[in-house]
Design a binder for this molecule. Sequence first.
Ligand code: SF4
Ligand code: SF4
Length: 183
Amino acid sequence: MLKNEKTQEKEMKKEMMLKVSDIDPKFKYEISKLPGAENVLLCFQCGTCTADCPIARFDDFYRPRKLVRLVQLGLKDKLLSNDVIWLCSTCFTCIDHCPQDVGIADIVRALRNLTTREGKMPVVYKEIASNILKTGYAYVIPGLRLKKREEEGLPSLPKASVENLAKLCDITGLSKMLEKVRT
Ligand code: SF4
Ligand code: SF4
């Protein structure tokens, strides 16, 4: 057991070690051209975002400050292959509190978009996107719940125009992107 833990620790350390070849010097500029992420280079690592982030409170690895630093350092592959970028709840607390107006939630969105373009997305997000395409709602609403609404005298839920949604997804390239995604 002890040996396993040591081996695990060694493997983790190895994974965390950086090589010059891991660095993509253009990455920070690539990110700073994306809407909302223009101020990525202004982060001076004060840590306010991490102190106030509700996800960082419950996860030992999720640190918004670190995500920005990794972007600044150009560690593109490490970031885009890391599931941690999908943990942000987009509550925007970091945006409200950052003294440098860095816009971390927007940077995280940019990272997720890049990851999706490379064909990677957690299964839950793919399911939500497929549900929206099929029904206009993020979750498939069970028939029983709809019946219950009717029994309670509640109005019917608005119907989404699935055709318009499909058109929008084709125009934006989302449909193709979803086909490409390997979960
Ligand atoms: S609060 Fe803003 S400046 Fe401070 S570490 Fe976070 S992103 Fe950087
Ligand atoms: S938007 Fe994301 S990174 Fe910012 S505070 Fe909320 S959960 Fe944390």
